[in-house]
Design a protein around this ligand. Structure first.
Ligand code: F3S
Ligand code: F3S
Length: 130
Protein backbone atom coordinates (compact mmCIF):
# COMPACT_ATOMS: atom_id res chain seq x y z
CA UNK A 1 0.00 0.00 0.00
CA UNK A 2 1.51 3.27 -1.08
CA UNK A 3 0.27 6.66 0.12
CA UNK A 4 0.05 9.11 -2.77
CA UNK A 5 -0.66 12.23 -0.78
CA UNK A 6 1.00 15.59 -1.13
CA UNK A 7 1.95 18.32 1.31
CA UNK A 8 0.02 21.56 1.36
CA UNK A 9 1.81 24.90 1.33
CA UNK A 10 1.42 24.97 5.10
CA UNK A 11 3.31 21.71 5.35
CA UNK A 12 0.34 19.75 6.60
CA UNK A 13 -0.09 16.39 5.00
CA UNK A 14 -3.45 16.18 3.31
CA UNK A 15 -4.25 12.86 4.87
CA UNK A 16 -4.53 14.56 8.25
CA UNK A 17 -7.17 16.82 6.73
CA UNK A 18 -9.04 13.83 5.37
CA UNK A 19 -9.18 12.37 8.86
CA UNK A 20 -7.21 9.33 7.78
CA UNK A 21 -5.01 7.66 10.36
CA UNK A 22 -1.35 8.54 10.45
CA UNK A 23 1.44 7.58 12.79
CA UNK A 24 3.63 10.04 14.63
CA UNK A 25 6.20 10.15 17.43
CA UNK A 26 5.41 12.25 20.50
CA UNK A 27 7.32 13.91 23.30
CA UNK A 28 8.10 10.67 25.15
CA UNK A 29 10.83 9.98 22.60
CA UNK A 30 12.72 13.19 23.39
CA UNK A 31 16.15 12.44 24.87
CA UNK A 32 15.27 8.71 24.94
CA UNK A 33 15.66 7.72 21.29
CA UNK A 34 15.45 3.99 21.87
CA UNK A 35 15.31 3.39 18.09
CA UNK A 36 13.59 -0.01 18.32
CA UNK A 37 10.99 1.49 16.01
CA UNK A 38 13.54 1.85 13.23
CA UNK A 39 14.20 -1.89 13.35
CA UNK A 40 10.61 -2.79 12.50
CA UNK A 41 9.54 -0.13 10.02
CA UNK A 42 9.21 -1.86 6.64
CA UNK A 43 9.69 1.31 4.61
CA UNK A 44 12.51 2.89 6.62
CA UNK A 45 10.61 6.13 7.14
CA UNK A 46 11.61 6.99 10.75
CA UNK A 47 14.28 9.69 10.63
CA UNK A 48 16.73 10.65 13.37
CA UNK A 49 17.00 14.19 14.68
CA UNK A 50 19.12 15.34 17.59
CA UNK A 51 16.75 14.66 20.51
CA UNK A 52 14.03 12.50 18.96
CA UNK A 53 13.00 10.63 15.85
CA UNK A 54 10.33 11.67 13.34
CA UNK A 55 8.00 9.67 11.10
CA UNK A 56 7.74 10.96 7.54
CA UNK A 57 3.96 11.29 7.00
CA UNK A 58 4.18 10.82 3.25
CA UNK A 59 6.46 7.78 3.25
CA UNK A 60 4.74 6.03 6.19
CA UNK A 61 2.33 3.30 5.05
CA UNK A 62 0.52 3.26 8.42
CA UNK A 63 1.16 -0.42 9.03
CA UNK A 64 1.29 0.03 12.81
CA UNK A 65 4.37 -2.14 13.36
CA UNK A 66 6.25 0.60 15.18
CA UNK A 67 3.68 1.19 17.92
CA UNK A 68 4.37 -1.88 20.11
CA UNK A 69 8.12 -1.65 19.52
CA UNK A 70 8.56 1.57 21.51
CA UNK A 71 9.31 0.97 25.22
CA UNK A 72 8.07 4.42 26.23
CA UNK A 73 4.90 4.31 24.10
CA UNK A 74 5.89 7.42 22.19
CA UNK A 75 4.23 6.40 18.91
CA UNK A 76 0.55 7.11 18.39
CA UNK A 77 -2.04 7.22 15.65
CA UNK A 78 -3.13 10.75 14.91
CA UNK A 79 -5.79 12.39 12.77
CA UNK A 80 -7.21 15.85 12.23
CA UNK A 81 -8.56 15.86 15.80
CA UNK A 82 -5.12 15.35 17.33
CA UNK A 83 -3.96 18.25 19.47
CA UNK A 84 -0.57 16.95 20.57
CA UNK A 85 1.88 19.56 19.38
CA UNK A 86 4.89 17.27 19.24
CA UNK A 87 2.92 14.68 17.30
CA UNK A 88 1.79 17.19 14.68
CA UNK A 89 5.33 18.56 14.57
CA UNK A 90 6.51 15.34 12.85
CA UNK A 91 5.57 16.78 9.45
CA UNK A 92 7.37 20.06 10.24
CA UNK A 93 10.64 18.15 10.47
CA UNK A 94 10.37 17.30 6.78
CA UNK A 95 8.82 20.46 5.35
CA UNK A 96 10.81 23.26 6.99
CA UNK A 97 14.47 24.16 6.68
CA UNK A 98 16.07 22.88 9.88
CA UNK A 99 18.90 24.71 11.63
CA UNK A 100 22.17 24.43 9.74
CA UNK A 101 20.60 23.00 6.57
CA UNK A 102 20.00 24.60 3.18
CA UNK A 103 16.71 22.94 2.27
CA UNK A 104 13.92 20.85 3.80
CA UNK A 105 14.59 17.17 4.42
CA UNK A 106 11.58 16.46 2.20
CA UNK A 107 10.79 12.86 1.30
CA UNK A 108 14.16 11.16 0.66
CA UNK A 109 12.59 7.73 0.15
CA UNK A 110 14.13 6.12 3.22
CA UNK A 111 16.65 6.74 5.97
CA UNK A 112 19.37 4.98 3.98
CA UNK A 113 19.23 7.86 1.51
CA UNK A 114 19.20 10.62 4.10
CA UNK A 115 21.41 9.37 6.94
CA UNK A 116 21.18 10.84 10.43
CA UNK A 117 19.76 14.36 10.20
CA UNK A 118 21.02 15.22 13.70
CA UNK A 119 19.01 18.41 14.27
CA UNK A 120 15.46 19.00 15.45
CA UNK A 121 12.51 21.24 14.75
CA UNK A 122 12.35 24.48 16.74
CA UNK A 123 9.63 22.99 18.94
CA UNK A 124 11.67 19.94 19.90
CA UNK A 125 14.94 21.84 20.24
CA UNK A 126 13.36 24.08 22.84
CA UNK A 127 11.26 21.36 24.50
CA UNK A 128 11.71 21.13 28.26
CA UNK A 129 11.52 17.62 29.64
CA UNK A 130 10.85 16.92 33.32
FE1 F3S B 1 11.76 7.01 20.13
FE2 F3S B 1 10.44 4.95 20.92
FE3 F3S B 1 11.47 4.97 18.53
S1 F3S B 1 11.81 6.16 22.14
S2 F3S B 1 13.29 6.22 18.78
S3 F3S B 1 9.88 6.32 19.27
S4 F3S B 1 11.36 3.21 19.89
FE1 F3S C 1 6.85 2.66 9.60
FE2 F3S C 1 4.57 1.35 9.75
FE3 F3S C 1 5.33 2.90 11.75
S1 F3S C 1 5.41 2.32 7.96
S2 F3S C 1 6.56 4.48 10.81
S3 F3S C 1 6.32 1.05 11.04
S4 F3S C 1 3.29 2.71 10.99
Amino acid sequence: MEYDGVLTDAGQDVKFGRDVMAHAIGAACIDVMDKSCTEVCPVDCIYEGGRKLYINPVECIDCGACIPSCPVEAITVINSQTEGMVELDNATFFTTVLSGRDEPVGNPGGVSFAGVIGVDTELVSAYQTD
